[in-house]
Design a protein around this ligand. Structure first.
Ligand SMILES: NC(=O)N[C@@H](CC(=O)O)C(=O)O
Ligand SMILES: [Zn+2]
Ligand SMILES: [Zn+2]
Length: 430
């Protein structure tokens, strides 16, 4: 299909905006030009006048819940939420039921994604069988079946021996180990950060050490194994310091941070509200500041939502019993744009890079950049219109967000994957 996106604002290398027209054919960007022509030959013309045209966002940390958790989310509803949030490529976590720990399971998933997915989905394979932390999966087989990388997200790998073995095997197939870092011997059933909020709410705390101790162990294992080691949802100042030092030492380590850890801290938890219960928990103000600093100095490479939908009845069980996790796909960009770009903490270019170029470069994905010859993955954004976040309007099955009532700008208006419009707000004229 021939598609023209005219009059949009594209960001250039220097971070300034230029009005350009995009010509898309056969799923690719064939031309980016200041001159408009051939409108009559296009099957569809979108007038992006006044809109920002960004490369489609890439989220390397998403829970789609299918198979086994369809009451929380499905590939269809989760990818709809992704499209609505401007994400064109998302990586699906393997903590489903069954777990994505075999080539058959990855193949099944790929078929299901083809049938029902609205955006590109790259499935992770798990590190261990059934996420049990014991038997290592056959990485070569999983990689050949299409596993994006390996992770036991949801649980930490408890022994150094098992993690070391996983890293050596992952290095052989040139795939990353993507690590949820949590030493269970230090957790003991906590539900919020061990600091101020645990005392304020009378809840059991989770020490920062549970995360940082494992990252410290793992960077040494990564150094020795030569593996690409990627830290999931980094949340503490000590973790940031360890990653910074490891990078200085030349170790192949990368890290992601979630919008909620950048935007909130333990002081923002109003009371026993399970929309503020996630793993890792919201840490101290000093941790939050260290995460922003880490993002600015290059220690933290990218932003990933950790979209973790749960049903309302599950989340209604109270702070102690409710599952950890919050949704993120539909609100990530407007929240980050409004609270960081509008306030001058990040430039628009920096924010866009954290959601596009950085994840693409780090994981060798051929997406995330608007250039002639590249895959036509993009999102059109209105940065003027204000809207208030209302979970009732989410297309995700998950309504579990602490950001309800926040007013933001920067809402996606249309999302295009491989040259196909996969989501469009009524407001766009064509
Ligand atoms: N982040 C969360 O709080 N929950 C995730 C698991 C995870 O990302 O560790 C989930 O699967 O619900
Ligand atoms: Zn995790
Ligand atoms: Zn997760």
């Amino acid at each position: 299909m021939k598609l023209i996106i005219k009059n949009g604002l594209l960001i250039n290398e220097n971070g300034s905006l230029e009005k350009k027209h995009l010509y898309i054919d056969n799923g690719q960007i064939v031309k980016i030009s200041e001159h408009l022509s051939g409108e009559d030959q296009a099957e569809k013309v979108i007038d992006a006048n006044g809109l920002f045209v960004s490369p489609g966002f890439i989220d390397v940390h998403v829970h789609l819940r299918e198979p086994g958790g369809e009451h929380k989310e499905t590939i269809e509803t989760g990818t709809k939420a992704a499209a609505k949030g401007g994400f064109t490529t998302i990586c699906a976590m393997p903590n489903t039921n069954p777990v994505s720990d075999s080539k058959e399971q990855i193949q099944w998933l790929k078929k299901r994604i083809q049938e029902t997915g609205k955006v590109r989905v790259l499935p992770y394979g798990s590190i261990t069988k059934g996420l049990a932390g014991d038997q290592l999966n056959h990485f070569k087989e999983l990689a050949e079946a299409g596993a994006f990388a390996f992770t036991d997200d949801g649980v930490g790998i408890q022994t150094a021996e098992r993690m070391y073995q996983a890293m050596r095997e992952a290095a052989k197939v040139n795939k990353a180990i993507v690590a949820h870092c949590e030493d269970m011997s230090l957790v003991q059933g906590g539900v919020v950060h061990e600091g101020k909020v645990d005392k304020r709410l009378g809840l059991k705390g989770i020490t920062s050490l549970a995360e940082s101790v494992q990252i410290a162990r793992d960077v040494l294992l990564a150094e020795q194994s030569g593996c690409h080691y990627h830290v999931c949802h980094i949340s503490t100042k000590e973790s940031v310091r360890i990653v910074r030092d490891a990078k200085r030492a030349g170790i192949h380590v990368t890290a992601e941070v979630s919008p909620h850890h950048l935007l909130l801290c333990e002081d923002d938890i109003p009371g026993n509200d399970t929309n503020y219960k996630m793993n890792p928990p919201l840490r101290s103000r000093a941790d939050q500041e260290a995460l922003i600093e880490g993002l600015l100095d290059g220690t933290i490479d990218l932003i990933a939502t950790d979209h973790a939908p749960h049903s309302e009845s599950e989340k209604r069980q109270g702070m102690e019993k409710a599952p950890f996790g919050i949704v993120g796909l539909e609100t990530a960009f407007p929240l980050l744009y409004t609270n960081f770009v509008e306030k001058g903490v990040l430039s628009l270019k920096q924010l866009v890079d954290f959601l596009t170029k950085k994840p693409a470069d780090i994981f060798n994905l051929p997406y995330g950049k608007l250039a002639e010859g590249n895959v036509a993955d993009l999102v059109l954004i209105d940065w003027k219109q204000e809207e208030t976040i209302d979970p009732a309007t989410f297309v995700s099955k998950g309504k579990n967000t602490p950001f309800a009532g926040w007013t933001c700008k920067g809402w996606p208006q249309a999302t295009i994957v491989s040259g196909e419009v996969v989501w469009e707000k009524e407001r766009v004229h064509h």
